[in-house]
Write a protein that binds this ligand. Sequence first.
Ligand code: MTE
Length: 325
Amino acid sequence: MLLIKQAPDIKNSEVTDKEFFEQRRQFLQTAATAVAATVVAPGLLVPGTADAGEKLQNVRKTAYQLDEKLTKYKDITSYNNFYEFGTDKRSPAKLAHKMKTRPWTITVEGEVAKPGVYDIDDFIKPHALEERVYRLRCVEAWSMIVPWVGFPLADVIKRFEPNSRAKYVQFVTLYNPEQMPGQVKGLFGGGLDWPYVEGLRMDEAMHPLTIFVVGLYGEVLPNQNGAPIRLVVPWKYGFKSIKSIVKMRFVEQQPPTTWNKAGPREYGFYSNVNPKVNHPRWSQSHERRIGEDNLFSPKRPTPMFNGYADQVASLYAGMDLKKNY
Ligand code: MTE
């Protein structure tokens, strides 16, 4: 997400060293085998020990597959937007280990019958984990194909029984400047207003494509990708897919969102992918695939609703998608 710079170019020199990642994976696999012997819960691993890279148990494969090459693990985990750890794409992978993902609670509040503060492992436990391959497309005109692990947001929402005044759900990221250096006042975090907030209309939140994510490539989500739990809304720009969530608030009025507050001319509430509506400073018609395309590759055309038009276009019937971009 950019407020003043042009869409960034991805240099080969920015790609993290493969050998380092192989060694790291080897180490984590050995550690995971040791932990796996004591696994009991159907959802995550043993509560309190869910470290990035540990293998998730009982992950069901689904029909959510794409006819495209998966983006490599090292690219998904080393080229990130997570402004709480700096605006540079390489900073989150270097700094996000400072964030403690246990203990962690999620507060559910607002227009619901069952508000409360839930321990993350209790929050996840009732849900069967499934793998879904989705596209993530950032407004900066790059994309990835990611095998996320998670469960439908709709199932979580039903558990808390929202009332008829609940028209939107707002999500809030952890606020902890000691662990998140980008939240310390200054430009390292892009000068955003913290904590990071996002929101969905209730029908978007209840849509079967919308998921809470706790892992990728069958493993516990790395911190830089939004551990311990993030949202993934595949037909929207990446920035709707808020990371490291600590609060869900059910509200009657459309809630404020971080990028809309930071640049109202550039970022609307809806953020639907519409390749025909340019960002004020660059085109949205094409994109570059992380890890595959370089500066000289022909750009790939971006499909309407990021390729999910058949499933979601009806949610916006009658709305002017040039205004509600
Ligand atoms: N969530 C928080 N809390 N902070 C952020 O800066 N960036 C968003 C989104 N969620 C962001 C966030 C943007 S702009 C994108 S493109 C995606 O996360 C990137 O997700 P990834 O790093 O897993 O690819």
